[in-house]
Design a protein around this ligand. Sequence first.
Ligand code: ATP
Ligand code: MG
Length: 368
Amino acid sequence: MASLTIKGLTKKYDETIAVENFNLEVKDKEFLVLVGPSGCGKTTVLNSIAGLININEGEIWFGEELVDAPQKKLFKIPQKRGVAMVFQDYAIYPHMTVYSNMAFPLEVRKVAPEEIKERVIKAARLLGIDHLLQRKPKALSGGQKQRIALGRAIVRNPKIFLMDEPLANLDAKLRVQARVELKKLQEELGVTTIFVTHDQIEAMTMGDRIALMNNGHLEQIGPPLELYQKPKNLFVADFIGSPSINMFQGNLVKKDKSIGIDLKFFFYPLTTKLSKSITDKEISKVVVGIRPENVLIVQNKKDGLFQANILRIEPVGKEYNIHLEVEGKPFISIESSADNWRQGDRVWITFAKDYIYIFDQESGDIIS
Ligand SMILES: Nc1ncnc2c1ncn2[C@@H]1O[C@H](COP(=O)(O)OP(=O)(O)OP(=O)(O)O)[C@@H](O)[C@H]1O
Ligand SMILES: [Mg+2]
């Protein structure tokens, strides 16, 4: 068991800077979800922690133990780091049974046969593959193979789990089940885990904290709801949440005596405090962000509303995604019922006041 600290990690592949001056602290026993768009450096970070690649700069610590520091000419080999990795493209041995595949890393480490059996069976049960132990991988589905790869990591009782989209190949139902089981298992084992995923729901539900990467660096780290409710910038606001946050570009204008944001279809007046903080920063162009659940369709015209057209109504089970359009700009509202509306209707819209985010258009940083 160990905490993990990464200080100033930089990894270059020839001219490509995959990760630059990356800092991360993962607490002991924590389940940290690493997310970010394709190519942002997630796998590079995992490979660095595992010691599968040579980093250019920085330090990697497992608790009090320094395991990687090129400037100090220190490099601990992967076998000595005590991490178990589940790769995106799992590699299992085709000629060995499921049982042997899972037992293999323990046999190599000369664990007692009785203990091997116990650990393999326990992991297989948790992963729902205990009935497949005598089969060969070729007689298994992709999802089942992925769970063997997961099981092979679990049986090793590592200090740190590194998982790169381990549930990606499971079907939707199994994925939900595996999510719950993996999280429960991780809590039981108390193993510090870094888990890479593209799946919003997986990230939000599984992570004690989420670290969001972009372009080789860390954008924001915090508990899931903090990233959702208090994004530091446009990138974070846009990445976290599904359907994505609606964004409208606007200009800061003076109207009569008040200052507000001109969205062309709507004038959004600002409080004195807010307008002061914006004018102090000399910002004139902003982006207004509003999450779909805070876009409200109302029955009757009132002040502070604007009109939009319904492009499409999308049922997603317990709620509806209502695709709307104002002055050529599409946006989405989530409603619990859509009985009152039809495609093509013109409806009145309001934004839930306390849930509007305002960003600086130039830097992308949040203002309020
Ligand atoms: N072996 C390599 N040689 C050269 N460039 C590489 C190599 N591995 C990764 N890269 C580059 O480094 C950057 C980060 O890649 P990485 O695999 O870490 O991204 P990722 O976040 O894991 O993406 P994905 O979500 O698609 O798996 C990318 O620009 C990628 O093209
Ligand atoms: Mg990757």
